[in-house]
Each structure stands twice: as structure tokens, then as C-alpha cells.
Design a protein around this ligand. Structure first.
Ligand code: VGL
Ligand code: ZN
Length: 234
């Protein structure tokens, strides 16, 4: 009888130690960085077609410096890259009679009609941060039928490789920043939080398309459990 109890207790201890040893990564995961859409077309520096206020050369250099610092400290750096075909649904020029920044309803979703931007293979679609810093740059918005503000999935629900790449690398925490706060940064950060990552967004390294939607975006991110900080938490 006592031997049985001892045996079961022994099995329990063995099981516990195996569980503890099995996966040290998930016990204390790594910190990843997602640099969102730091591309010429979104910057005033490169006279982009969809240039966002406050994206001069100094801003891009600040993002570059921060990303280098995080990389040096051991963070795993990832990027997103808006990468549209010329016939993309989000371009106003593909909707006869429409003007830039008008909206249309497509399959029950509101689509903002943007100036053509980040067309695959063009100079201003390049990521401006040193590409050597990235473990991977995830392209998005390649399907002409769907926009994709989020780095995790497009408006049609098709997932990118982002979640799989982060998981494969043992990432559980994410620092997110880039352009634009009210569109791709928000969508990427909110999807990351939904996917279970602990997310921090750094406002100082983000720029928004419009002040009002940027303020709203910050509120929405906070409501999604995202920690929004002014400066880098390092
Ligand atoms: C973005 C509008 C259209 C962004 C991308 O990067 O925030 N905004 N495409
Ligand atoms: Zn786009």
C-alpha cells in the first residue's frame, strides 16, 4: 500500500520535472520587434505618394537607431512591408470617378481609397530601415482583392506567415512601432494581442495619418490590452 503511494508520487515528480525541462522557451519567451511599413511611400523624406506627417529623414533615422539598439540587446527583429500589385483594390485609381481618401463599401467593409502606394518592386516600396537587421520581413496586401493593414492577416481572412514565424522563434512578447499608427500599426498590434502576445506599442516611433484617428487608435489599442508607451521601455 505505502509502496503504491510512493510509486505514484515518484511518477508525479518525474512528470513535473519533464514538463518543467521540456520547453524553457515558453516558460520565458523571447522579445520580438515588429517594425511596421517603414517604406518610402509613407514618408515625407522620400516624397511618398501616401506620405504621413512627421516622417522626415530624422524620424526614419530615429527608428533605425531604436531598432539597432533593440537588436543589439537581443530582441528578434521582424518587419512588415505593404506590397501591392498595381491593380490593388485599395487604389482610388482603380475605381473610376473616385478621389483619393474617399471610401467605398466592399462586401460589407468600408475601404479607404488610397493613392497608389507600395507597388511591388518600386523604389518607394523598399523598407528604409537597414534590411540586415531583420530576421524576416513579412509582405502583405499582395492579393488585389483585399487590403491588409494587419501584418497577421488580410481583410479576406488569409493569414500571413507572421504568427508562425514568431512562434517558431519562441517570441511571446512584442514591441511594435512604425507607420501608420491609425492603420497598419494599430491593426498589427491588435491582432498580435488577439493571438496572445504581450504587446507594447512605442508612440514616439510611430506616426499617424490623421490626428483624430490616431488618438482613437491609441485608445483602441489600450482597450485591447496593449501597453502604449511614449518611449522605448529600455
Ligand atoms: C497603410 C494605408 C494603406 C499603413 C498601408 O501602412 O498604415 N495605410 N496601406
Ligand atoms: Zn497599402
Amino acid at each position: 500500500m505505502e509502496l503504491d503511494v510512493l510509486f505514484i508520487f515518484g511518477l508525479f515528480c518525474l512528470g513535473l520535472s519533464l514538463v518543467t525541462m521540456a520547453d524553457p522557451v515558453s516558460a520565458s519567451g523571447k522579445t520580438g520587434v515588429i517594425v511596421v511599413d517603414l517604406q518610402g511611400d509613407f514618408t515625407t523624406w522620400k516624397k511618398g505618394s501616401l506620405a504621413v506627417d512627421g516622417t522626415d529623414r530624422a524620424f526614419v533615422e530615429k527608428v533605425q537607431e531604436a531598432t539597432m539598439t533593440l537588436s543589439r540587446k537581443g530582441c528578434l527583429v521582424f518587419g512588415t512591408q505593404d506590397w501591392h500589385p498595381a491593380r490593388h483594390v485599395s487604389f482610388f485609381s482603380n475605381h473610376p470617378g473616385k478621389e483619393p481618401f474617399e471610401t467605398v463599401e466592399i462586401q460589407g467593409r468600408t475601404q479607404v481609397l488610397w493613392p497608389p502606394h507600395c507597388v511591388q518592386g518600386t523604389e518607394n516600396a523598399r523598407v528604409l530601415v537597414d534590411n540586415n537587421l531583420f530576421l524576416a520581413i513579412v509582405k502583405k496586401g499582395q492579393d488585389p482583392r483585399y487590403d491588409s493593414y494587419s501584418g497577421f492577416r488580410d481583410d479576406g481572412g488569409t493569414k500571413t506567415e507572421m504568427d508562425e514565424i514568431l512562434k517558431r522563434n519562441g517570441v511571446t512578447e512584442l514591441i511594435v512601432y512604425g507607420i501608420a499608427t491609425d492603420y497598419c500599426v494599430k491593426a498589427t498590434a491588435v491582432d498580435a494581442a488577439r493571438a496572445g502576445y504581450r504587446v507594447t506599442v512605442v508612440e514616439d516611433l510611430c506616426r499617424g495619418v490623421a490626428p483624430e484617428s490616431t488618438t482613437e487608435a491609441v485608445e483602441e489599442m489600450k482597450k485591447s490590452g496593449i501597453s502604449v508607451v511614449k518611449k522605448l521601455p529600455l
